[in-house]
Ligand binder design. Structure first.
Ligand code: ZN
Length: 146
């Protein structure tokens, strides 16, 4: 009699721990983080860089890329004009103008052509191309964040 009740008292807290441990790992909330991520990305895609002159959407902060170790670069052209530029993998709001050339290129191995706002034709920067790879170097003074 005494032995049986002792066994029962010792066994029940152990069973309780085991059940609680199982419940911790079995919480069925896998769907919640997925919908959170979706909401966040939808908000972030509404951030753009726009043309400083006509507000046309040029590119997005998500398209910024590091080239030669940095997104932002400062260069001076042969005419002595200094530009602060940012590098972007895409600039859907730009049109390119002129034949690509390697003359005075700021990125060795890359040929450049002019990139202009496709709405107001203001100079936005340059498209750099080397074989299959390309990126835009855009003049930061000519861009605004929306
Ligand atoms: Zn424009």
């Amino acid at each position: 009699m005494t032995q049986a009740s002792e066994t029962g008292n010792n066994a029940s807290p152990l069973r309780g721990d085991a059940i609680r441990a199982f419940q911790k790992t079995a919480l069925p909330d896998a769907a919640a983080p997925e919908s959170d991520i979706k909401d966040r990305t939808e908000e972030e895609t509404e951030k753009y860089f726009i043309c400083a002159f006509c507000a046309h959407i040029i590119t997005s902060p998500d398209d910024a890329i590091a080239v030669d170790g940095s997104v932002a670069h400062t260069f001076t052209n042969p005419a002595g004009v200094t530009f602060d530029i940012g590098c972007f993998r895409e600039a859907p709001g730009c049109s390119t103008v002129g034949e690509p050339t390697a003359e005075f290129t700021w990125f060795p191995g890359f040929m450049w052509s002019y990139a202009v706002c496709s709405r107001c034709r203001a100079h936005m920067g340059w498209l750099y191309r080397s074989g299959a790879s390309s990126f835009y170097g855009l003049i930061l003074d000519n861009l605004r964040e929306n």
